[in-house]
Structure formats: structure tokens, C-alpha cells
Design a protein around this ligand. Structure first.
Ligand code: FPP
Length: 249
């Protein structure tokens, strides 16, 4: 497994290089309300949110975060109106057509967590191309959670384990937390150290329920399109002030 945790960089005005979270996961919420406040259609909020994705990716890379997971579309988001879903499904393509060259230059590795099957062809193609072109990059992992939901992820993982048990390739006594990890969509990635959610909502919305067991949470009232690098660094500074005890003393 890849060793995480050696990318922390020192720079003036940034959070201290010591103890930079290896994995930061973000629930990018509030695009719709941001747009409504400005009398714009909801999709304008998502489009503005895409620009924040770029800003925060660069910021995460600057301070040496290893993995940045962005919750871009949940398994429940299919229930939204058709036009909004269609628009959201076009964003990865637009984002990557504008940003992929710079991401490659910055040695970023693009990944996707979620089920590929239900995605429209054009969305999947854009993501797969970016994943393929960046697979040997060794810098920041930019992980899009796309068509992702945690409960389904765990059920699927359990089903796959049961199939392996039935086939005789897995001894049920060998099942432990690490093994379960390896059956999840996030296999191979460290658990998030820090979860950020924007827009004032204080819930997990079926996001990485298993992986966030010991993560630090940081919430802000700001909507995702107005979330800034400075706020991101504030979240990291706050994380650095916290004592993580993992149930110990
Ligand atoms: C939640 O806000 C946000 C989403 C469901 C979509 C998030 C997607 C982006 C920020 C763009 C993704 C970009 C790429 C490159 C894939 P909401 O619409 O639920 O906000 P609301 O609660 O105010 O209605």
C-alpha cells in the first residue's frame, strides 16, 4: 500500500507543515442557496462551486495534503430534477477539459470513488480519461466521490466478502477492520483526518460513515461557492489545535 504522509510543505502564512491532515474530505454544500440568494438558477450555483473545487485543490496541494475527496454527487442526488442532474453530470467533463493540463503539471492524481455503472457515458469517459492520464502521478490525490453513498458501499462490501467466503477464498475469522476496508470503494486510501462541510448543515448525508469514525469535523455557515483558501487553511489550523485521542486518554 502507498505510504501517505510525506508531502507536508512549509510556507509562510500557511498552516504549519507539522501535522497537515493526510486526507481531507469535503461535503460541498450550499450551491443552490448561494444561487437563490443572487436570484440565479441552481445550476449557476453548481457552476460557481466547480470554480471552488479548483481553488481548494490548489490550496490542498500547496500545504501537502495527500488526498482530497470531494463529494460531488451522491447516490441520492439522482432524485433531483432531470435538468439539474444532467447539468451536474456535465461538470466533471467541463472541469477536466479546463483543468486537466494544470493538474498534470502539478503531479495530481485524479481518482473516483463511487459506482461507474449509472453514470452517463460522457461523464464516465471524462473521468476515466483523467484517471488514466494521471495514474502514475505521485502528488495530491484528487478523489471525486461521484455516485457515491456509504450505506450501499458497506452493503456491497459485505456481499463481496460473503461471496468470497462461499467460494472458499476468505476465512470468516480473518474478517477485521482492515479487511473490511479493502472491500470498500475507498480501498487503499487512508481514512479522512478532517471532514469539512459548508453551508451550515450539520450532518453526514450518507458520506463515508465507516471511514469518518475518528475524523475531526469542521463546519462553516458559508456556502460552497464562497468558500475560500483562507477558510480552508482555517479548518486545517483548527484541526492542528485538536487532540485526537481515538478513544484513549
Ligand atoms: C450540494 O449543494 C452540492 C451538490 C449536490 C453538487 C456539488 C457539486 C459541485 C460543487 C461541483 C462539482 C464539480 C466537479 C468538478 C465535479 P446543494 O445544491 O444541495 O445546495 P443547497 O443545499 O443550497 O440546495
Amino acid at each position: 500500500m502507498k505510504w501517505f504522509g510525506n508531502r507536508a510543505k512549509v510556507a509562510p502564512g500557511l498552516p504549519i507543515a507539522d501535522n497537515v491532515p493526510k486526507h481531507i474530505a469535503i461535503i460541498m454544500d450550499g450551491n443552490g442557496r448561494w444561487a437563490k440568494k443572487r436570484g440565479l438558477p441552481r445550476i449557476a450555483g453548481h457552476h460557481a462551486g466547480m470554480k471552488t473545487v479548483k481553488k481548494i485543490t490548489i490550496a490542498a496541494d500547496r500545504i501537502g495534503v495527500d488526498v482530497l475527496t470531494m463529494y460531488a454527487f451522491s447516490t441520492e442526488n439522482w432524485k433531483r430534477p432531470r435538468e439539474e442532474v444532467d447539468f451536474l453530470m456535465k461538470l466533471p467533463q467541463e472541469f477536466l477539459s479546463i483543468e486537466l493540463d494544470e493538474l498534470i503539471e502539478k503531479n495530481v492524481q485524479v481518482r473516483m470513488t463511487g459506482w461507474r455503472e449509472e453514470l452517463p457515458e460522457h461523464t464516465l469517459r471524462a473521468v476515466e480519461q483523467a484517471v488514466e492520464k494521471t495514474k502514475h502521478n505521485t502528488g495530491l490525490i484528487l478523489n471525486f466521490a461521484l455516485n457515491y453513498g456509504s450505506r450501499k458501499e458497506m452493503i456491497d462490501g459485505i456481499k463481496a466478502m460473503m461471496a468470497d467466503v462461499q467460494r472458499g477464498s476468505l476465512d470468516p475469522n480473518a474478517i477485521d477492520e482492515r479487511l473490511f476496508d479493502s472491500y470498500l470503494q475507498t480501498a487503499g486510501l487512508p481514512d479522512p483526518d478532517l471532514l469539512i462541510r459548508t453551508s451550515g448543515e450539520l450532518r453526514l448525508s450518507n458520506f463515508m460513515l465507516w471511514q469518518l469514525a475518528y475524523s475531526e469535523f469542521w463546519f462553516t455557515e458559508k456556502y460552497w461557492p464562497e468558500f475560500s483558501e483562507e477558510m480552508f487553511y482555517d479548518a486545517v489550523r483548527e484541526y492542528q489545535r485538536r487532540a485526537r485521542r481515538y478513544g484513549g486518554l
